[in-house]
Every structure is written in C-alpha cells, then in structure tokens.
Design a protein around this ligand. Sequence first.
Ligand code: ADP
Ligand code: MG
Length: 301
Amino acid sequence: MRIAILSRSKNLYSTKRLKEAGEARGHEVDIIDTLHCYMDITSSKPTVRFKGEQLPHYDAIIPRIGASITFYGTAVVRQFEMMGSFCVNESVAISRSRDKLRSMQLLSRKGIGLPRTGFAHSPDNIKDLIKNVGGAPVVIKLLEGTQGIGVVLAESNKAAESVIEAFMGIKSNILVQEFIEEAGGSDIRCFVVGNKVVAAIKRQGQEGEFRSNLHRGGSAEVVRISSEERATAVSAAKIMGLNVCGVDLLRSKNGPVVMEVNSSPGLEGIETASKKDVASLIFEFIEKNARPNNNKTKGTG
Ligand code: ADP
Ligand code: MG
C-alpha cells in the first residue's frame, strides 16, 4: 500500500519507527510535513499539494498531529478523507479528543470512571467550584495544557482559590479536579490499536512530583492491567472514535479513572518499556481496515 505519515519531522522516534515498520511490511511510506501541505478545496476533485506538486493518492494516512497544530493539522487530515484515503484516526475524532472538556463530557455520558471534575470560565463562586469536587487538595488545569504544563496541585482551599483567580485573570478556561492521591504520582498509559490494548506502561513521576509525564522527568515500566482497566481503555477509545490512541488512567480507590485520551501517542516510551513492536501493530490494523472512503464519523458528539 501507499501510506503517508503526517508529521512535523522525520527525525522523531515515532515517525522513524512507523516508516521503518511500514517498509519492513512491504509498504511504500512517505513522511509529509503537515504544516507544509496546502489544499485545493475549490475544485470538484480535492487535492493536497506539497512543494509545488500534487501529492499522489494514498491508501492510508497516519496522522501524527501535535497539540500545537490541531486546527491546521485536522484540516489536512480532513482533506485526505475527502480524497478517499483511509485515515487511521479521523479528523473529527482528533479534534474531539483534543478538547478535554468535550472529551470528559462524552466519557461521563457513557459512565466511564472519571475524577470528579468542574469546568469554569468566570465562576462567580470559586469556593463552590472547589467544594463541588470535594474541596482541597484539588488539581487545577489549563484546558489547553499538555505535557504536564499548566497542571497545578493546590493543597489548601486558599491556594486553590488563588490559582483559580490567577488563571481567570489570564482569561483561561479552567478545570478543577479531585486529587487522586492514592495514584501516588503514577498513571497507566494504555496503548489502544483497534479495539485492543496492545501495550500498557506505568509512568511514575519523580520523587515529590505528582505529575507522571515523561516530559516532566517521569519513568516508565511495563505493567499488568486488570480486566476492568482494559475494558475502560477500550471503551474510552471507542467513545472518542479513535482507532489508535493512548488512554491515560489513574488507579483510584473506586477503580480506574480516565485522565485523558491522546490521539497521537508517542511510541518511544511504550515500545522501550514493553519491548513490543507497536508500530507494526498499527500497520497490521491498516492492512485489515484500509479501504477507500472507509472513514465514517464514529463516536458521538
Ligand atoms: P497533560 O495533558 O498536561 O498531560 P494531565 O491531565 O494528563 O495533563 O495531567 C498531567 C499529570 O498530572 C497526569 O499524568 C497525572 O500524573 C497528574 N494528575 C493530573 N490530574 C490528576 C488528578 N486529578 N489526581 C492525581 N494526579 C493527577
Ligand atoms: Mg497527560
């Protein structure tokens, strides 16, 4: 098959591994810089152009769309959908998962375990917002944050109020969440391909750090997950409409709770810790599912 990886750089671990795995399985794999694609959407025959030339037809597209380019990146993915290419994650599902508020609303409707969470823009009663999720300690997040930046633990109600006021001052959307202390600074990343968890790792934050993000110095090790955790991850992926994603869970005293669902999960941490060839499993999925115009909007909302 002719397959394109949409990625900002061919030197990223995940991009390199995907190209290598695809070629090893006999596919022709191109890496295309998403932001340098431009689109012809006026004609009846939609096309994507790159460096002065029309791109060939691709049987499948693997979108690796970073959080900072969601708007343009999803437009490029959508254009490939218009052209009938099979996109591993469709544009609507990527946009949906990038919005933490939208994601949590959709997951809550289907009864997926979530930390008690409040969302606000300009709350008139900050004390009530905090009280509503159980009071301090609470986690306060910027809606657009990623890699652990913009995630703050407020240990007292007073601290929580000040942080919320500060975020309100910069006109940000805020998320206030029950602190899952028993997770002990760790979370579980379940890597989902199709309707299976193909690998799972436990990420542990550095000593004294409640955020487990590898970008914040966390470490990863392979972990056995329970059937409840497996089922939660698979359902969350299905609700978001993502075929390939990383579902992050916290182990709470009431069972697994979903933190977020990542539509372009990195391969380095998961492949290194689990010693699994996740990249090849993504191609296996493509081989089974790529048919022209086989992107239909799944998930809801
Ligand atoms: P980001 O998108 O920046 O990664 P997350 O919501 O995933 O933001 O939070 C980053 C990390 O902080 C999580 O991986 C987790 O370890 C920790 N964390 C976030 N929210 C909570 C919470 N409610 N309780 C306990 N730990 C949390
Ligand atoms: Mg995270």
